[in-house]
Design a binder for this molecule. Sequence first.
Ligand code: BT5
Length: 261
Amino acid sequence: MFFQFEVQVVMDFMGSRLIHMEETDSTNEEIKRLSAVLHHGSIVVADSQSMGKGRLGRNWSSPKDEGLWMSFILRPELSPEKCAGLTLVVALSLTAALREITGLDIKIKWPNDLVVNGCKLSGILTEMVTRDMEVDYIVAGVGVNLTTMDFPADIKDTATSLSKEGVIDIDKMKIVKVFSSYFEKYFEQYVKTGDFSLLREEYEKYLVNCGKEVRVIGSAEELRGIATGINSDGELLLDVGDKIITIRAGEVSVRGIYGYV
Ligand code: BT5
């Protein structure tokens, strides 16, 4: 483990401390190991991760210097149920930041993927650590593919990077800063109401699934329906013909009928 430098980034709470590492297993795990000394909003960024992880124990490919591999710690005064919605707040903030910086038509694939031209640019992994049934802290992990041109065989048809999409000037720290600034704004709005009522419209503007037929996989039975938006709890609304059902993030993945989106 090697702490290359520590800098103050900006803002109100995001990046009050930023730890940059050349390599780690997973920035989410690094945050957990350092949690006792990290304040709300502290960020860890690594140049590479040897065991980058996705949801449900899945692998996250994190080659050296080819992406933004970052996690931050939150100590929100929210119940565990409300904390689940923070993944969507991160997705919205990252989408707004990357759209502003790159001009690309980046969309959100509910709940935790950012996609561009039908391929996955970024994934988000939010983990909650509880103590005595209360939220101790949240680790929000963000992976954004920046310069990768050749992805591993299993994801080469579904993954993309900013370089692959034609972005030339890529400034990793600028992404961290602009993201942090959007996140502070949206986080405050989320905490104020404890739900998505102030963010829903913005989120749905970027929701790639909206109006599309999707498959919901991972629950007991596969569901099919038209995704119509989210409710104020951040659950996906699925029109299955005779009724609208709500899908909770966490336990499921959503796919298009004919492919990834
Ligand atoms: C995610 O999981 O998309 C969450 C990824 C979070 C990664 C960040 S990096 C910083 C922090 N530290 C960590 O250890 N993790 C976080 P999920 O929805 O389960 O998607 C995982 C799936 O995405 C894999 O099974 C692959 O199919 C695909 N995948 C893996 N690496 C990818 C990549 N670099 N780009 C696009 N797709 C990828």
